[in-house]
Design a protein around this ligand. Structure first.
Ligand SMILES: Cc1ncc(COP(=O)(O)O)c(C=O)c1O
Length: 403
């Protein structure tokens, strides 16, 4: 599918045709086919799944499980049985952290994260640290905003029980080289958790090639619905981990004083799942596959490079992270102008950019700043968007310099 005119597929632009949306890293706009799939599900197909033996329930249960297969194929997982649906990527990481705390990690074990992480891949480990006294070992990053692989090598040792890293930073856009991580960790047999939230909407992935123990992402950043996260988990953890939550669907047999549990993904999916959201995700995956992730990435990077060139001509602009291996995210500050003022005035011109710490306070502290303005690109952005953004930015800067 051609990317030209793809804005027509996003109903928000029908209502708000001048909207220039540069905040896809926070959450992507919603594509028509996904909205229709969710609408159809609630309108015509809805019943609770995995419970009723009547036709509606059986049909939707099948569609729901077909979606699991779609997700599995999309990330090239060895099997759909390795896919667990959660309510968000955040919940996926919390699930891993909580289960590891119960039956894997012990006092003084070391968990390596990096200064690049989103809070979603920091705080769950703080909670484990607070409960059982693990040690969190942060890896440095270089001035380009990339993981410092030499520092990682120095920090790996026999006490390292997990490496948990982002695949692509939501602030600098830098992409982590999983091949290098694998070379460093595999001799020590250290499990790997990858936070794929920012990577998944932009580049194809092959779980078999990356071979992580856990890979998490959120549907809402992939043009899909909010309220749904995906956790890929390697087979062996299904046995090691106790249930994360108790309730309906995750059981084998229940007595009034005790119970036994399902063994597969069901063990980690207690309660009525996000049914319509999973159906919507399946449709969003169809959209990115038809559009082709390689085309999406190349389109976004062409716009990113064009915008970066234009931004570089602005006096006193500072970029946070200029990795050569990155996705289409530009974080910047302009000397003398507060990022919040910038983004508020851009909003008056119907331009959406994020400003603040981007749920990455340790990264801000690492670079001794407290926030940035952030432009992040999606499939619907155009060269006109960038031109309008640059023109508006210059106007806004003039206003703010005269205040
Ligand atoms: C890199 C990264 N990890 C994790 C998350 C958390 O995702 P969610 O809020 O969908 O759980 C985000 C969201 O911005 C993110 O950018």
């Amino acid at each position: 599918m051609s990317i030209e005119n793809i804005k027509n597929r996003f109903p928000v632009f029908k209502n708000n045709s001048n909207l220039v949306f540069f905040d896809t890293a926070a959450s992507a706009l919603k594509v028509d086919s996904m909205i229709e799939a969710v609408n159809n599900c609630y309108s015509f197909e809805y019943a609770n799944i995995h419970r009723g033996i009547y036709d509606l329930s059986a049909k939707l249960s099948k569609k729901y499980e077909d979606s699991r297969l779609k997700v599995s194929d999309f990330i090239k997982s060895p099997s759909e049985k390795n896919i667990i649906f959660t309510k968000s990527a955040t919940e996926g990481i919390n699930l891993v952290a909580t289960c590891m705390k119960s039956n894997f990690l012990k006092k003084d074990d070391e968990v390596i994260i990096s200064h690049l992480e989103h809070h979603a891949n920091i705080i769950p480990w703080h909670l484990v640290q607070n409960h059982i006294g693990i040690k969190i070992i942060p890896v440095n990053i270089n001035k380009e905003g990339e993981i410092d692989y030499d520092d990682l090598k120095d920090k790996i040792n026999s006490k390292t029980k997990l490496i948990a890293l982002t695949h692509m930073s939501n602030v600098t856009g830098s992409i982590t080289d999983i091949e290098i991580i694998n070379k460093l960790r595999k001799p020590f047999k250290i499990p790997l958790l990858i936070d794929g939230c920012q990577f998944i909407p932009h580049k194809p992935i092959d779980i078999k090639q990356y071979d992580p123990d856990f890979y998490v992402f959120s549907a809402h950043k992939l043009y899909g619905p909010s309220g749904l996260g995906i956790l890929y988990m390697k087979d062996k953890w299904f046995e090691i981990f106790p249930p994360y939550q108790g309730g309906g669907s995750m059981i084998e047999d229940v007595n009034i004083l005790n119970s036994t549990y399902a063994s597969g993904f069901e063990k980690f999916e207690a309660g009525t799942p996000p049914i319509a959201e999973v159906i919507g995700l399946s449709s969003a995956i169809d959209f990115v596959l038809e559009t082709n992730l390689k085309n999406i990435f190349s389109h976004e990077m062409t716009l990113h490079n064009y915008a970066l060139e234009k931004l570089k001509s602005i006096n006193h602009i500072k970029f946070l992270g200029e990795s050569r291996n990155k996705g289409a995210i530009i974080s910047f500050n302009i000397e003398g102008i507060h990022y919040n003022d910038l983004s508020l005035l851009l909003d008056k011109k119907n331009i959406a950019v994020r400003s603040g710490h981007h749920c990455a306070q340790p990264l801000m502290k690492y670079f001794k700043i407290d926030g940035t303005a952030r432009m992040s690109f999606g499939v619907y952005n155009t060269k006109d968007d960038v031109d309008y953004f640059i023109k508006s930015l210059n106007e806004v800067m003039q206003i703010l310099k005269n205040v």
